[in-house]
Design a protein around this ligand. Structure first.
Ligand code: NAD
Ligand code: ZN
Length: 342
């Protein structure tokens, strides 16, 4: 089969012929239809220091996908060929304390599809049945390919009750933008999102942010005054990984405000802890998606009319992957879809 392989320990990605994966008795074989490029794939493509210490070479990369089941292992009863599925990219051990208690997103021995094990940028993917999510009939395939990052947005946004609350999101990357859409859909009042990229802020507005703030031109204090928000934001979602954005967010929370942190800073970050202590903030780190409550919510949100399609800015055939990675690196793209149906 054809696959996009990190073949050498240097920047780039190679379209190669590799063996179609074998499936074990508990696995399904998925014929890939669409994939999406994640920031993680870009780190691997660019071969930065994180990728160099994390990715064994050669590796088929990619973890955002949708496809059709074409074969199931002898132990698999709940899935059958023909089903349209995505998959949870975190393969958990099933035996640690958290896994045994049903808290699989907290597994201490997670391995990542397209990071530690063969990935989805390929014609076929073998996946344990416990990682398969079947889509509702009629799902748009491009949207289905986004369930992994959409899940990051949903998992982060739904940590706290959003109904009637004022939300601050720092970082209008694809995940921040989808989170803005989720917050509006879930009944928030003000959904204010910050970034330094006007194109991304315009997209955030299109998807439901009530107010966008380019922090290179405008301060959050001014925006809060305009909105008549004297006490600060009830809920903060950190989705930039940028230390200045995180500090800004902490400074504009109300007393007792609740913060979910998804953005991954490149280096350790110092913050003003007095804001956390005197304002009695709650900070919570978020990783991945809950298995499978987040997936359930995603399917239901799409069914109930949440439209995140505008987050997709580019579509290419998989053979044209180079263009996909180029537009991602240029910063002009939000989500880029690669089509494997041919
Ligand atoms: P992204 O890098 O595309 O988006 C980050 C955005 O933050 C960019 O649009 C950037 O312009 C903006 N930004 C930079 N400086 C800023 C500032 N001072 N104020 C406001 N915004 C600023 O990333 P993404 O794919 O949307 O992911 C969001 C973050 O979540 C990233 O840090 C990513 O590494 C992280 N992530 C975490 C998990 C997890 O499980 N915890 C999963 C996926 C991604
Ligand atoms: Zn485990």
């Amino acid at each position: 089969m054809k696959a996009l392989v990190k073949k050498k320990s240097e920047p780039g990605l190679w379209l190669e012929e590799v063996p179609t994966p074998d499936i074990g008795i508990n696995d399904v074989l998925i014929k890939i239809k669409r994939t999406a490029i994640c920031g993680t794939d870009l780190h691997i493509y660019n071969w930065d220091s994180w990728a160099q210490k994390t990715i064994p070479v050669p590796m088929v990369i990619g973890h955002e996908f949708v496809g059709e089941i074409i074969e199931v292992g002898s132990n698999v009863n709940d899935f059958h060929p023909g089903q349209i599925v995505s998959g949870e990219g975190h393969v958990v051990c099933g035996r640690c304390r958290n896994c045994m208690a049903g808290r699989r997103h907290l597994c201490s021995h997670t391995s990542g599809v397209g990071v530690n094990r063969q990935g989805a940028f390929a014609e076929y993917l073998a996946l344990p049945m416990s990682n398969v999510w079947e889509h509702r009939p009629g799902i748009d395939l491009d949207i289905a390919a986004l369930f992994d990052p959409f899940g990051n947005a949903v998992h982060t946004a739904l940590q706290y009750d959003l109904l009637g609350e004022d939300i601050l999101i720092t970082g209008a990357g694809p995940i921040g933008i989808m989170a803005a859409a989720v917050c509006r859909h879930a009944g928030a009042r003000h959904v204010v999102i910050t970034d330094i990229n006007p194109q991304r802020l315009a997209l955030a507005k299109k998807l439901g942010a009530t107010c966008t703030v380019d922090v290179t031109r405008q301060s959050l204090s001014t925006v809060r005054k305009q909105l008549g928000m004297t006490e600060g934001f009830d809920i903060g979602l950190e989705m930039s990984g940028n230390p200045a954005a995180f500090q800004d967010l902490l400074s504009h929370m109300c007393h007792g405000g609740k913060v979910s942190i998804l953005g991954i800073p490149a280096d350790p970050v110092a913050i003003d802890w007095s804001l956390v202590i005197f304002n009695m903030l709650t900070l919570k780190g978020i990783y991945g998606r809950e298995m499978y409550e987040t997936w359930y919510k995603m399917s239901v949100f799409i069914e109930s009319g949440l439209d995140i399609s505008a987050v997709i800015t580019h579509r290419f055939d998989y053979t044209d992957f180079q263009h996909g990675f180029d537009v991602m690196n240029s910063g002009e793209a939000c989500k880029v879809i690669l089509n494997w149906d041919s």
